[in-house]
Write a protein that binds this ligand. Sequence first.
Ligand SMILES: Cc1cc2nc3c(=O)[nH]c(=O)nc-3n(C[C@H](O)[C@H](O)[C@H](O)COP(=O)(O)O)c2cc1C
Length: 326
Amino acid sequence: MENKHKVQCYAAPLEGITGYIYRNAHHKFFHGVDKYFTPFVTPKPKKGLNTREKNDILPEHNQDIVVVPQILTNKSEDFIKVAQMMGELGYKEVNLNLGCPSGTVVSKKKGSGFLSDLDGMKAFFDEVFSGVNLAVSVKTRLGMEKPEEIKDLISLYNQFPISEVIIHARVREDYYKNPVNYEAFAEGFPQSIHPVCYNGDIFCAQDVQEVTKRFSKLSAVMVGRGMIANPQLTESFDCAGDKSLEFSKKDIDYARWKAFLDELCYGYEYIMSGGRNVLFKLKEVWSYMIPLFPECEKYGKKIKKAKTVAEYHTVVNALFREAGVQ
Ligand SMILES: Cc1cc2nc3c(=O)[nH]c(=O)nc-3n(C[C@H](O)[C@H](O)[C@H](O)COP(=O)(O)O)c2cc1C
């Protein structure tokens, strides 16, 4: 039987990219995202959050969007303090980062580094769930070293009232490169008593179709790089499971993409001092998006070389003219 259920779609947190300027611009021009997760904030003992982190979660910067702040820590008291602050700001859910693979994070037993310390995690959750009164979801990998670790991790998550388990179907050692491990995901996820969201390498509607067919009880799918590459991607998920949807370049609404990119540029110019910082942000987004444009190699190089925001606009306007947008 065909799976007619419209799966919920979450926008993944991507540190350095999906801050509030990006989330607002995306939400203004594209639909299909049910929840946006913020890049992680890292509470510092005594100091709390820094200005950039505070700005990212301020309610006035996140109006009319469903946003879930993500927290990276292995200290329950820090987590509880920040979660309480999020609750006071009006957030209904916070998410614990158990996936970050970066060496400096893992060496401190945070992010995916925490996954190798089941006892430490148990103590952490014991305290967190007696101290917070808002929903807590986790974003986990299959394990630190081996994908089979997911079974013990799920057993641990089952002991606590976690609102949702988002599983990036890789282990820490895979970083973002090695193929996702569907088999290990398939073995681990049915054991969960909590709703499970799938994450990893969703780049087109067919990927969602495959994942939701294969794992029919998923609560949601989360998309990261696929959505940065194609901000229109989540719109093609509306009929996931109904029919095969071949998203091709001819379906791209380049006029909307241009309006979105202009909004991003204005947004960054408004909050950042200096064109260099603005360009850095825009170039990072373009590094994901450029393959979906005509003459992408030529224009990709020109965008990279742009030294000023004015130069950037000249190149980008020419590229959109190639794509049929005046
Ligand atoms: C540049 C970059 C930054 C990321 N930052 C975060 C983050 O702040 N928190 C997090 O949980 N995951 C982070 N991730 C992981 C993504 O949320 C996601 O789990 C991963 O990219 C796999 O999904 P995808 O294949 O759809 O991109 C990041 C990934 C990338 C590439």
